[in-house]
Design a protein around this ligand. Structure first.
Ligand code: 1HN
Length: 358
């Protein structure tokens, strides 16, 4: 569109000033601060994160005022959050501590990293947590965490808070007691973890998975069972945690994946509109994201922004296992999901820089 020059520059300025005074912005002028923040891929090293997480134990304790002792993975460029929709944090719960019961409309997952002897209670169901377990605390479910063991418990929290805040739908309620009453232990898993078998007398109508505790031994068995098959060219042995009733994603706003990158595998690059946060649960390797190489090893976290080219590689003789949270269900629900394979250079991006070596 061409700007006509029928007005003098003073007349034009006066027009803009009048418009601004009644909160009208000309659509043909690029305004400042109108673009969403640019999210660049980023990686946090466990060797740097873990000492700070452990030290947070002598700075605060969970209780009435500080509900949770967490360190947030805040991607540079964002005031909060790890991507435009996802929030991730590392939580520490020391022996004898309880993080009090509450519920909120943001949905959360826990991906257990270290420790034993702690449990999360989800709507009355006590779930003992071990490394590699996934525990869901879906929107508006009561949850509290207690550590009855004798070692620090560390897990990754993944929440859809940036999205829920953006949509102005963030509600929160404190449970009247520190902990909620326990109605059973491992109930959701006993009913629903068999996957293809489920109770006949129940017809769950909840907008999230009826199974909210996925144990590591079963996860690893599923991954290993596919390790001699042809798998996904972009993600290798990638499995999605699914809702046993619908077969779909476990949560309306977040999907959880676990993937094994087998030794010697270098996947082909692709990109999609969904964003992800990965945790390296096992092994080491690297990912190339928009031409930048990210070397990762056990315990690291990294962010994949939406529409960034990415591929993964495992070079050694040990497999790597990556866990991730993603906003793909949101993109699909809104018909905004797009995916594209990288077709040049046999599917591999030229590496132009190394993260951490700039
Ligand atoms: C929350 O409730 C937990 O329950 C962890 O452990 C992290 C971050 C923001 C808001 C609520 C938890 C959270 C959170």
């Amino acid at each position: 569109m061409a700007i006509q020059d029928r007005l003098t520059s003073e007349e034009l300025q006066s027009y803009y000033d009048t418009a601004e005074s009644i909160s009208l912005m000309p659509g043909w002028v690029e305004g400042e601060g109108q673009r969403p923040p640019e999210i660049k891929p980023f990686l946090w090293r466990w060797s740097e994160v873990e000492p700070l997480v452990l030290k947070s134990g002598s700075i605060v304790a969970p209780g009435a005022d500080v509900q949770r002792r967490t360190m947030r993975l805040t991607t540079p460029g964002l005031a909060r959050g790890s991507t435009q929709t996802l929030h991730t944090a590392i939580q520490l719960l020391l022996p004898g501590e309880t993080a009090p019961a509450h519920r909120h409309t943001p949905t959360a997952i826990r991906w257990i990293l270290k420790g034993k002897g702690a449990y999360t209670t989800v709507n009355g169901d006590k779930c003992w947590m071990e490394p590699g377990d996934l525990v869901l605390t879906p929107s508006w479910t009561w949850h509290d965490h207690s550590n009855e063991g004798n070692e620090p418990m560390i897990w990754m929290d993944g929440l859809d808070i940036p999205l829920v805040r953006y949509l102005k739908a963030n509600f929160y309620e404190q449970f009247p007691e520190d902990v909620q009453p326990i109605e059973g232990t491992g109930t959701s898993a006993r009913k629903y973890a068999a996957g293809a078998l489920r109770p006949t007398w129940e017809d769950p109508q909840v907008p999230y998975s009826s199974l909210w505790h996925y144990k590591w031994d079963r996860t690893y068995e599923a991954l290993s069972g596919m390790a001699d098959m042809p798998c996904d060219p972009h993600d290798d042995v990638a499995m999605e945690y699914s809702d046993p009733v619908t077969g779909g994603p476990v949560l309306r706003t977040m999907a959880c994946w676990v993937q094994m990158i087998r030794p010697g595998v270098h996947t082909k690059a692709h990109r999609h509109t969904s964003s992800k946060v990965y945790q390296v649960f096992k092994g080491s390797g690297y990912s190339v994201i928009d031409g930048q190489r990210f070397d990762w090893s056990e315990g690291d976290f990294f962010v994949l922004p939406s529409w960034a080219w990415h591929e993964h590689a495992c070079e050694g003789d040990q497999e790597a296992v990556l866990f991730s949270i993603q906003d793909i269900p949101v993109m699909k629900a809104l018909s905004l999901y797009r995916e594209e394979p990288y077709t040049e250079h046999a599917g591999h991006q030229p590496v132009t820089s190394h993260f951490g070596h700039e």
